[in-house]
Design a protein. Structure first.
Length: 484
């Protein structure tokens, strides 16, 4: 038998300076849907997520709460894990960049490769640093002296740092992106990064910082052979995608799963992933990931969801009110992975009532009531990827069109509903029981295919429907209507 195909997907690692909001939940949820889909079709998958901990913004948040930074980190990371559990995120590993066993040796091994390639040099540097971005920014990025994204004034920094010779790799990075060897999806983001490289080229990047006196031991990956310096946070953070697989240590997972099939990320961190990261890998002689899925922002009432604007929707709140699968459903189907997508509480409720309470929930109840009342014994056939529905979903998922894949499922739901209304099986069973039962059997078969297709999107619901079909019984109400 041929070896199983592997599928390695990563999410960005999240900054643990505050709780995650629905925007972060979006990245992780669509990632989980992609991984579950690949698992369902038989691929051997590996799913990585984690937290990006060696940051100034985390230290500042901890100090503000009067907490010791490493303790503060543990508390926030525990909250991330519990949110991911509630969202049904089936990750294989949660990497933390303060993990000195899993992360540091690989990050340092990668650094040494850059040194060997003569791509690290020391330079006195002065510039403006935005703590919100954890990056240097330029005067022209500022509005009224402040970073427009974070509303804070940057710090002026003058220090001696190690630099990474990113400029050297600009032509090769451009070539890999143009040729889709590094496939940036969607096309608009590919154009964006290519025209950025063309317009501005790629400058060398500051890749280390002097260790700050107020940082505790255990925070910040020491630069090999110079522990007065710690790695620039993006340098160590990007490395997580390979350190998690044991790069530079026990490389069993690394050999099996690298290069990644897809890094999922938001549009704000495109340059880090499509320029700096490929540059580091080229320098180190490590293969590049196959693709980047760059999604848009979740907005609320038309504005970017952000704490400053006060329009943050807490995923925990939605989860408590509607449950895991309803939240996953909304994020998967009502937001395009390629554009910004809006979510309001009213919009959420409307979609829930129309497509889950009615729509799916209603159709399942209709079909299974017919089965139960007429004592239909169901015979299920596994179509093994050959049905029209499965093929449509396969095409959509291969192009990361997650919302379209979900749309195919809902067209099937509508089709079954329409058939029941038109064919009136509840009448046919009375006049012609054989024919009536055959009709019902047909709906159940379709319902079975739907429930299988639903697994990546709504795993709990999928399981409940399959159990109901196996028991020839109507399930309890799947989605209660919300009236106010
Ligand atoms: N720590 C870096 C990533 C390092 S990856 C080596 C980071 N962290 S973050 O916590 O700020 O953001 C994590 C992800 O959440 C990013 O992909 C970002 O685009 C995404 N989102 C943050 N706000 C968002 C929305 N409002 N909507 C959708 N995604 C958003 O960046």
């Amino acid at each position: 038998m041929a070896d199983k195909k592997t599928f390695y997907l990563t999410t960005p690692i999240f900054y643990p300076n505050a709780k995650l909001h629905l925007g972060h939940a979006y990245t992780t949820t669509i990632s989980d849907i992609l991984v579950r889909y690949h698992r369902l079709i038989g691929d051997k998958t590996y799913f990585l997520t984690g937290s990006d901990e060696n940051t100034q913004k985390m230290v500042e948040a901890a100090v503000k709460e009067g907490k010791e930074p490493l303790k503060f980190l543990d508390e926030i990371v525990a909250k991330f894990a519990s949110l991911f559990r509630e969202l049904g995120i089936s990750y294989d590993q949660f990497i933390r960049t303060t993990d000195q066993k899993q992360h540091w040796p690989g990050a340092q091994a990668l650094w040494k490769k850059l040194v060997e390639a003569d791509d690290i040099y020391k330079k006195a540097y002065e510039g403006l640093y935005c703590v919100g971005h954890e990056a240097f920014i330029t005067e022209k990025d500022l509005v009224d002296g402040k970073c427009p994204d974070h509303g804070t004034a940057p710090e002026f920094i003058k220090e001696e740092n190690y630099f990474f010779r990113l400029s050297k790799y600009a032509p090769e990075i451009k070539r890999r992106i143009e040729s889709d060897e590094l496939h940036v999806v969607p096309q608009s983001r590919k154009n964006e990064i290519l025209s950025f490289i063309e317009r501005e080229g790629l400058e060398d990047v500051s890749f280390s910082r002097p260790r700050k006196a107020e940082w505790p031991q255990g925070l910040g990956v020491p630069v090999p052979r110079d522990d007065s310096q710690v790695m620039y946070v993006w340098c160590d953070a990007l490395a997580n995608y390979i350190t998690a697989l044991g790069y530079g240590q026990d490389e069993t997972l690394y050999k099996e799963f690298w290069p990644a099939d897809v890094h999922v990320l938001g549009k704000d961190i495109l340059r880090f992933h499509a320029a700096i990261w490929p540059g580091m890998l080229l320098s180190a002689g490590v293969p590049l990931p196959k693709s980047l899925l760059v999604h848009g922002f979740i907005t609320s009432g038309g504005k970017k969801m952000s704490k400053t604007l006060g329009n943050v929707i807490d995923p925990e709140e939605l989860l408590a009110e509607y449950g895991t699968d309803a939240v996953r459903y909304f994020l998967a189907r009502h937001i395009s992975p390629f554009e910004d997508g809006d979510i309001t509480r009213e919009g959420f409720k409307e979609a829930y009532n129309a497509n889950l309470a009615n729509g799916l929930g209603n159709m399942v109840a209709r079909v299974m009531t017919l089965v139960e009342k007429n004592e239909v014994i169901t015979l299920l056939i596994d179509s093994q990827g050959r049905s029209g529905l499965e093929q449509n979903i396969a095409t959509a998922m291969a192009q990361f069109r997650i919302n379209e894949a979900a749309d195919y499922i809902w067209s099937e739901i509508q089709r079954i509903d329409r058939h029941i209304t038109e064919e009136e099986p509840f009448k046919v069973v009375k006049t012609d029981p054989v024919m009536g039962k055959a009709l019902i059997q047909h709906y159940v078969q379709d319902l079975y295919l739907i429930s299988r297709a639903l697994e990546p999107f709504m795993p709990e619901t999928s399981k409940k429907i399959i159990e109901a079909i196996m028991a020839n019984k109507k399930p309890e109400n799947l989605f209660a209507r919300k009236d106010q």
